[in-house]
Design a protein around this ligand. Structure first.
Ligand code: C2O
Ligand code: CU
Ligand code: CU
Length: 514
């Protein structure tokens, strides 16, 4: 690594927030910038087997400051699992003291193999699933989904990335050399205490808006620099943050060519200036580094955070007053790396969604933050203007403010593992109208890829035209989904907000598909 070249420009990637990171920590990071590492690869394409162990780890995000973390097969996060269509035997062993699952977010498998809350296994136990992978190439995600502890345990590290591949990316003209011109980037934001240990202490505001950190962590590393060849590089982005919504752009505004969404390739690349990526979403971009210049991937502020946080519809207002943008990842062109691809392909072989919408069943899904029995945020006693100081300072989650608060649900009801919310017909298409009355919520459905057909009353944005399993709902999203995977009552599919603090507190429902 030629990291020496960048020392002068080095500043730690610290996000602005109410909780400043001690200067000493920023200094440590600035003076010692590592090269970005890729997760190790667990290649299941040949053997059709994946063996995972959920385990504890000791991770020094900052030199000399060790945090107790969790990971799959390693101390923090998990390997990139490469899999190809065909049979896949998966096994998870739990070495932790707490219950765990492995949910395959983005794999189209039956409810019994999906690894949702009903597949939770206790300490010392194992779980296995004999799956069939039958879907186009895609970048998917896996993480624990034990109800009530998904947020804390994903935060601690129980998450990883899946590449579903058919080995034909050369034919598509796409970069595919792992860690060279095909980079996997898990974007996370974390908080650290004065000694540099990662912390997860929820205040009432963290629960309401979702927990965001001040320090950007990519693939478990702080302030790393990604070496790229002087040519086209593929960035497989996974938003593995608990709650942070990124508005991504390149520091010199060069285009980012979107080639794949959650469900896989588009029919042709789409050049974007900005890309909003909310928790649980994935996107594959091509970025041209052919001019040899060092640039950064940046993000604007989170629409759910800051003084205007509770008023999701006023997002953007604060950004016009204060620039809240920050560096997600710095890139440095390394011309010793081979340049394999120099142009963006004109077309791709993905199939765009075009589901039949006539005579389909319509369901309404309201992502609710109640303020007590029957009450809704904004219409009840606690309007945005009354988010008092007392809540931000001191009054912990279990404090007196707790009574009547933190009621998260869907259609007015918090998640109940024993209640089936929807019964969907196997092989049918449905229209779901999903609304977020207050904050922006990333809405995710298990067991399907869907088509966004309307977004706040308009045609979907370009980046929402491909197959999706998670979409940010800022007002109202209308989607079509076909449910081709079965899910019985003992292993139903979830649908939920992917702000993990909201999900754990009940902004989730479940359905059978039969
Ligand atoms: Cu990424 Cu239900 O989860
Ligand atoms: Cu999922
Ligand atoms: Cu939410």
């Amino acid at each position: 690594m030629r990291r020496r070249d960048f020392l002068a420009a080095g500043t730690a990637t610290l996000l602005t927030s109410a909780m400043p990171v001690p200067a000493a920590l920023a200094q440590t990071a600035a003076n010692n910038r590592p090269g970005l590492a890729m997760p190790p690869v667990l290649d299941a394409t040949e053997k059709g087997r994946v063996d995972l162990t959920a385990q504890y780890g000791s991770t020094a995000f900052f030199d000399g400051a060790v945090t107790r973390t969790m990971g799959y097969n390693q101390g923090y996060l998990g390997p990139v699992i490469r899999m190809a269509p065909g049979g896949l035997g998966a096994r998870l062993h739990n070495e932790l003291d707490v219950p765990v699952t492995v949910h395959w977010h983005g794999l189209l498998v039956p409810g019994a193999h999906d690894g949702g809350p009903h597949a939770s296994i206790s300490s010392g136990a194992s779980w296995s699933a004999d799956m069939q992978i039958d879907q186009p190439p895609a970048t998917a995600f896996y993480h624990t989904h034990a109800h009530g502890r998904t947020a804390s345990d994903v935060y601690a590290g129980l998450a990883g990335v899946i590449h579903v591949t058919d080995g034909r990316d050369d034919d598509r003209g796409l970069p595919s050399a792992y860690g060279v011109d095909d980079l996997t980037l898990v974007l996370q934001d974390r908080r650290f205490d004065a000694r540099g240990r990662m912390t997860y202490d929820l205040s009432m505001m963290d629960v309401m808006h979702g927990f965001v950190g001040e320090v950007m962590v990519v693939n478990g590393q702080i302030d790393a620099i990604a070496a790229v060849p002087k040519g086209m590089t593929r960035l497989r982005l996974v938003n593995g943050s608990n709650a942070r919504i990124y508005t991504l752009f390149m520091s010199d505004d060069r285009p980012m060519h979107l080639v794949a969404t959650d469900g896989g390739f588009l029919d042709a690349p789409i050049a974007l200036e900005t890309l909003v990526l909310s928790p649980g979403e994935r996107a594959e971009l091509l970025v041209d580094f052919g001019d040899g210049r060092s640039v950064a991937l940046m993000s604007g502020g989170d629409p759910n955070q800051g003084p205007m946080g509770m008023m999701g519809r006023m997002r953007g207002v604060i950004d016009r007053v204060v620039d809240r943008s920050f560096t997600v990842l710095d890139f440095a062109v390394d011309d010793t790396l081979p340049t394999r691809i120099e142009t963006v392909p004109d077309t791709l072989d993905g199939t765009m969604p075009d589901l039949e919408s006539a005579n389909v069943r319509t369901r309404r899904v309201s992502l609710d933050m109640g303020m007590g029995p029957g009450g809704r945020m904004g219409s009840g006693m606690m309007g945005p203007g009354r988010m008092g100081r007392g809540m931000m300072e001191g009054e912990g989650f279990r404090g007196p403010m707790m009574s009547g608060m933190g009621v998260f649900g869907i259609n007015g009801r918090p998640y109940d593992m024993d209640r089936i919310d929807f019964e969907v017909g196997l092989g049918t298409v449905e229209r779901w109208i999903v609304e977020s009355p207050m904050l922006a919520h990333p809405f995710h459905i298990h067991g399907t890829m869907f088509q966004v057909i309307r977004e706040d009353g308009r045609a979907p944005r370009p980046e929402h035209r491909g197959w999706k399993d998670t979409v940010l709902v800022t007002g109202e999203i209308e989607l079509l989904a076909r449910f081709d995977q079965p899910a019985p009552a003992d292993f139903p599919f979830m649908f939920h907000c992917h702000i993990l603090e909201h999900e754990d507190r009940g902004m989730m429902g479940q359905m059978t598909v039969s």
